[in-house]
Design a protein around this ligand. Structure first.
Ligand code: SF4
Length: 319
């Protein structure tokens, strides 16, 4: 994250997570981490699919039932079918979400839930637990690159760090595209995020460099689409301690002429300790950043891997 001036990143969110009383029972599911921490960096665009589709508050609870024609959103007592209302609202709202850089969904909801949603048969009996809410499904189909996560999973330090990193990277990509796609813009994006890519997936790292080696082989827009699709898929992959250690050792190679023997030894030791799970990522990463700050290497200055998101989030203290 190399920009000196920070702006808030537009991120969608299920309204009940912000404390809005929009649930079927008139309650909410406020998550303080979202309103007290992430809201400093994200501009939340709140949506409640069920309320906005006209189901009202309070409203009878609903669930998903599978019919031959597909999934339907039915009241749990079987009295009413809200599928058309929900689908109509979804089609109307989706185009307006193109500016979002991420979405945080409420878990376990037949509208917002991202995974493990119960599917019932026509009689209302549970037959599966691997469904997805109607809105969540439509959102992810319409915007396959968009980082999407459920609120409960954000309690996991690694999933949280991964989601936030993806939001910042995706925001960088979207802003680059908004300025008009150029070959130099694409190459510069790749350079900025090279080490992040290396840490997330060595295979994709090895594929994407050569993909950009011949920018005239196909129309730039097609190439960019293929590139970012593979890139964001790789970013989904959790980084292991070994992956980070490998990326940091790689990065350390660029600092070999600017670091003293003692500093290099210390950094190596801390990378080893990190790999063994003895210290968090922030420890070796801070040594790398200090070395880079003392005697900047131009190439590393461009690397978002050293600071992929604001330090205040403290994410690297916990992974
Ligand atoms: S889970 Fe989604 S549909 Fe349900 S109350 Fe929250 S925002 Fe509304």
């Amino acid at each position: 994250m190399n920009e000196p001036q920070r702006r808030k990143i537009p991120v969608g969110i299920s309204s009940c997570l912000l404390g809005e009383e929009v649930r079927h029972d008139g309650g909410h599911k406020h998550k303080r981490y979202l309103t007290e921490v992430l809201s400093k960096f994200f501009e939340f665009r709140s949506l409640c699919p069920e309320l906005e589709a006209g189901l009202g508050v309070p409203r009878p609870a609903i669930h998903l039932r599978r019919y031959d024609s597909g999934l339907r959103l039915i009241t749990t007592n079987g009295d009413a079918d809200h599928t058309e209302a929900m689908e109509g609202w979804i089609q109307a709202v989706l185009p307006a979400l193109s500016g979002l850089r991420g979405f945080i969904l409420k878990a376990k909801s037949p509208s917002c839930g991202m995974e493990r949603i119960r599917i019932h048969n026509q009689e209302g009996e549970i037959t599966r637990r691997d469904g997805r809410g109607l809105f969540a499904q439509a959102l992810m189909d319409a915007y396959p690159l968009l980082p999407v996560e459920e609120e409960g999973r954000l309690n996991d330090n690694h999933l949280r760090e991964n989601f936030i990193e993806r939001v910042f990277v995706y925001d960088d990509w979207c802003r680059m595209m908004e300025q008009g796609l150029t070959a130099s813009g694409l190459l510069s994006f790749h350079t900025r995020h090279k080490f992040q890519l290396l840490a997330h997936c060595q295979k994709t790292y090895r594929e994407l460099g050569p993909m950009l080696a011949n920018l005239r082989a196909e129309p730039l827009a097609d190439l960019a689409e293929r590139y970012i699709s593979s890139f964001m898929q790789a970013m989904n992959r959790q980084i292991s301690r070994g992956d980070h250690a490998n990326a940091m050792q790689h990065l350390m190679g660029f600092l070999r002429n600017t670091m003293s023997d003692a500093d290099r030894k210390m950094l190596r030791e801390q990378i080893d300790l990190y790999q063994q799970g003895q210290v968090p990522l922030v420890v070796p990463m801070t040594l790398l950043r200090m070395a880079q700050r003392r005697e900047p290497v131009a190439y590393l200055k461009q690397q978002d891997y050293l600071t992929p998101y604001p330090d205040e989030l403290g994410l690297r203290n916990h992974v």
